[in-house]
Design a binder for this molecule. Structure first.
Ligand code: ADP
Length: 254
């Protein structure tokens, strides 16, 4: 397929979602951000290039559809009839989703690069890019392919513990070195509100993300509590925003 950077020409904002580690909720926050943006009337796309665990298709309940091609490239999968949420995941293209784990770097970066340029997004307000955890060749491949297109910045996801915020510091260094603006930090799994007595327990400590934001001069976008309903809705692919319309308010773009 021919490289086609025009595929991003009608995409108004590109936002990367980064985390220092896996399992901190990067894909969950990407999904919730997309749903929140859609709820506010925007057309949103998610590009899931997390080869370590392309979990967005499950979270949005689209399964493993056949991906079609048009002249401009791959046609994204739409989660709704209005085509307000478009999705392309590396998981769609693999026979075995575990396969990519054993790929060598060049194969990964080549596929990721192709992904960035060869999806026919059409008109979008925001494209969220769910990246693999850490800072690797894959991240550089994404930025290299986006060099002709303005990247608005990155949202960094962390849990409150020092073990995660420490890794996010490396993300911050990565953003500074590569010239990616840090839009802000989200602290995920921040406290647990008991559904019975409504008392908040800080299972993993609290405030690490906010503290890191202060220390590094970044914007603190908000804290998302550990929520069993959020967990089960992402497992089952239910739209969390439908039942909790005010649950996540991120002042991200515009
Ligand atoms: P990552 O993309 O960082 O690897 P995921 O978004 O896949 O992490 O989340 C890992 C697991 O944690 C998923 O099962 C998800 O449902 C759960 N999870 C993430 N954030 C929350 C939260 N705030 N409350 C409850 N469960 C969560």
């Amino acid at each position: 397929m021919a490289e086609n950077t025009d595929n991003l020409s009608q995409v108004r904002h590109v936002v990367l979602v980064l985390s220092g580690k896996g399992g901190v909720g990067k894909s969950t926050i990407t999904t919730e951000l997309a749903l929140a943006l859609r709820q506010s009337g925007r057309k949103v796309g998610i590009l899931d290039v997390d080869l370590c665990g392309p979990s967005i298709p499950r979270m949005l309940s689209v399964g493993r559809p056949d991906v079609h091609q048009c002249d401009a490239g791959w046609v994204p999968v739409y989660t709704d009839a209005q085509k307000s949420l478009a999705l392309m995941s590396i998981g769609f293209l693999m026979d075995d989703p575990n396969e990519a784990v054993v790929w060598r770097g060049p194969k990964k970066t080549a596929l990721i690069g192709q992904f960035v340029t060869d999806v026919s997004w059409g008109e979008l307000d925001v494209l969220l890019v769910d990246t693999p955890p850490g800072t690797s060749d894959e991240h550089l491949a994404v930025l290299e392919k986006l060099k002709n297109h303005r990247v608005d910045g990155a949202v960094l996801v962390t849990t409150p513990q020092a073990v995660s915020t420490g890794d996010v510091r490396r993300e911050i260094t990565f953003c500074k070195k590569t010239g990616v603006r840090i839009l802000g930090i989200v602290e995920n799994m921040s406290g647990f509100v008991c559904p019975h007595c409504s008392e908040c327990s800080n299972i993993f400590s609290k405030g690490g993300g906010e503290e890191l934001a202060k220390l590094t001069g970044s914007v603190f976008l908000g804290a998302v509590p550990l929520d069993p309903q959020l967990s089960s809705s992402t497992e089952e692919g239910k739209d969390f925003m439908q039942s909790f319309p005010d649950s996540a308010t991120f002042n991200l773009v515009e």
